[in-house]
Design a protein around this ligand. Structure first.
Ligand SMILES: Nc1ncnc2c1ncn2[C@@H]1O[C@H](COP(=O)(O)OP(=O)(O)O)[C@@H](O)[C@H]1O
Ligand SMILES: C[C@@](O)(CCOP(=O)(O)O)CC(=O)O
Ligand SMILES: [Mg+2]
Length: 394
């Protein structure tokens, strides 16, 4: 048995953080993906290779079996984590509660999904290798793309969902019901990595395209205009878990001050959705873009108010505004990535000089296409050679 899957990263147009507190978010998939290869083996071991974060682990099945008595086997309960299993896994991996180490979070989420899927039967011996085109911990949903790939591949290996790829296909997707299963298992992985995720990132990783997300409800936006977006990675490291917790503390400390800010972010997402929809039903005008730009500016100020800005993100906004372009952070903020809206008439020379100015600040910067497919199963032929080469190294 061998499964090769991929899931996209995402950019949040509006609603990051507010979405954790029950407000609307608009998010879109990116053309940058995470790839995962799962191979059934006879080694009596479970191995995971995560070259992006320089993490390579192997456990004997006999070691992993020790965890089973602590797994209650409540397979239907996927909205919450099995606290007993998390505790046991933390002890097993040797991580304290507050530990935010990149490798440990990735390992914990893998082991959690593995044990909760296979724990009530025979544990299979397998090797999982993951490679991502996404920067990790930069706001583009690498944690969700990773969790979605884990969920899809492990659900397939457990037989809970079929492998959709037919002999003659290069790529295939699952039916709606299976995608829902993948999404809910991926949400568990996100719970381990984010602490208190909204679920928007794993929803985009699962379904792809552009979607509106509100309190767990996912509405795909099928009629959206083609948007040109510049992505900038300030390369300032940050952790979504820390930032989400920081925002929660601020809301608890100043509830009457923060509530209107979150309501305003909600209104921004709704206004943006309305404008995007108008842009598909009437001729696109400069005024549409003016509104989109103003919404970006207002939201960026709000994100600073809720405490998730960073001087590097201020630099991004300043450098792009000098070229008449508008930017905001995307994802958890505190560093990481920002998006810049390009107008259809923005000349390629302006884009090029902006990209150069941002690179001169030490940032990575590239124009990206949005709206790619959600989680997919692949034949090896449909995966870039360099990605396959990395996955097959282990
Ligand atoms: N390709 C990957 N391989 C292993 N772990 C990954 C990978 N991508 C993401 N992760 C996990 O996700 C964490 C980053 O998640 P997070 O802080 O939410 O940032 P983001 O989702 O914005 O990239 C990493 O610390 C790691 O545990
Ligand atoms: C801040 C938040 O809204 C998005 C986080 O995205 P990322 O992990 O920074 O890519 C958190 C969430 O929705 O779970
Ligand atoms: Mg994340």
């Amino acid at each position: 048995m061998q499964v090769l899957v991929s899931a996209p990263g995402k950019a949040i147009l509006h609603g990051e953080h507010a979405v954790v507190h029950g407000k609307v978010a608009l998010a879109v998939s990116l053309n940058l993906r995470t790839y995962l290869q799962l191979k059934a083996t006879t080694s009596g071991k479970v191995c995971i290779n995560l070259p992006n974060i320089d993490t390579f682990c192997c456990w004997d099945l006999s070691e992993l079996r020790q965890l089973l008595p602590h797994f209650c086997g409540k397979r239907e309960e996927v909205k919450r984590l099995d606290a007993e299993l998390v505790k046991k896994l933390r002890e097993f991996v040797g991580v304290a509660d507050a530990n935010l180490d990149t490798c440990n979070m990735a390992i914990l989420s893998f082991l959690y999904i593995y044990i909760s899927l296979f724990g009530s039967g025979e544990l299979p011996s397998l090797t999982v290798s993951v490679w991502s085109e996404l920067p990790t911990g930069a706001g583009l949903g690498s944690s969700a793309a990773y969790s979605v790939c884990l969920a899809a591949a492990l659900l397939c290996a457990s037989g809970a969902i079929p492998a959709p790829l037919k002999e003659w296909d290069h790529t295939a997707r699952w039916c709606q019901e299976d995608l829902e299963l993948i999404n809910s298992r991926a949400f568990q992985g996100e719970m381990i990595i984010h602490g208190n995720p909204s679920g928007v990132d794993n929803a985009v990783g699962t379904w792809g395209g552009m979607l509106r997300f509100l309190a767990g409800k996912i509405i795909p936006l099928s009629r959206v205009p083609l948007l040109r977006i510049l992505l900038t990675n300030t390369k300032v490291p940050r952790s979504t878990k820390v930032l989400v917790a920081r925002v929660k503390d601020k809301i608890n400390k100043f509830p009457s001050i923060m509530a209107p800010v979150l309501d305003s972010v909600d209104a921004i997402s709704c206004t943006c959705e309305k404008v995007l929809s108008e842009m598909t039903s009437e001729p696109i005008t400069g005024e549409h873009y003016n509104i989109l730009e103003e919404l970006i500016d207002i939201n960026q100020h709000h994100l600073n108010v809720i405490g998730v800005g960073h001087p590097a993100l201020d630099t991004l906004c300043r450098v792009t505004l000098a070229k008449g372009l508008h930017s905001k952070l995307t994802g958890a903020g505190g560093g990481g990535c920002g998006i810049t809206l390009l107008r259809p008439e923005t000349d390629s020379s302006v884009v090029q000089t902006t990209v150069q100015d941002l690179r001169d600040c030490g940032f990575d910067c590239w124009e990206t296409s949005i709206g790619g497919p959600g989680v997919q199963q692949h034949s090896p032929l449909s995966v870039k050679e360099e990605v396959l080469e990395i996955l097959n190294r282990y």
